[in-house]
Design a protein around this ligand. Sequence first.
Ligand code: PGA
Length: 270
Amino acid sequence: MESMKPLIVANWKMNPQTLAEAKQLFNSVKKRLKNIKNVEIVICPPFVYIPTFQHSNPEPEPSVRYGASIPTIKLGAQNCFWENSGPFTGEISPLMLKNFGCQYVILGHSERERCFGETDEMTNKKVKAALSAKLKPILCIGETKKVKKKKEIFKILKKQLRAGLKGIENWKLEIENLIIAYEPVWAVGTGNPCQTKGAKISLFMIRKIISQLFNHPALSKKIKIIYGGSVNSKIARDYIKAGFDGLLIGGASLNPQEFIKIVKEISKAQ
Ligand code: PGA
């Protein structure tokens, strides 16, 4: 079943600088995906490249989808606003993303907090707006180095999840579309990934918190939890073995060879 496949999300961040480079990167990933069927791949390019990729990779007919030898690359965005239209200069709405073929949107990334002062409350509004627009929000949470040192990981994950998911406790249908990305802030973009042992403990904490939040064990099990933070092809498989449902990949997704290596490692682990 499609929903059980590990989810691999490429976060290109603010790269590359030209459309020609973006097309080259997208196409070289696509070309190398032949015969990889058992992973779900999502690319989140900068907004301006989304229309170009919207039609380059249509969904196959349902009848051939599961037998197709080249998986569809799904599209995601790296952010969105919480309103669908209006006087919000510079913003992009969830509906616009949906109308341009996006299925996913990354929300609450630590770089948005660091560079733009985004808060958990703002992220919460975005999560609700994305779910209402039938997008799949990838809610990023994770502790800073300071929190890790103080051994307060559980406390901070609980705070982030409570605030980020506030008000959606009864949105039963939509909750299944939710994805949580555990991204320790100290591991993002540093080349210093979280050891799988530690990541596994956080995964356990997150499962526990969401099952308490939604008070619905079966439903909370359907929420995918993925890992992100300096993933490379040597360690990618370890996170899946540790129980994560997928990966969020930044730096390594800009190198098509390395990205495909990661995808193949995950595919082999199935
Ligand atoms: P990284 O980024 O793989 O470069 O650490 C991950 C992310 O920010 O999503």
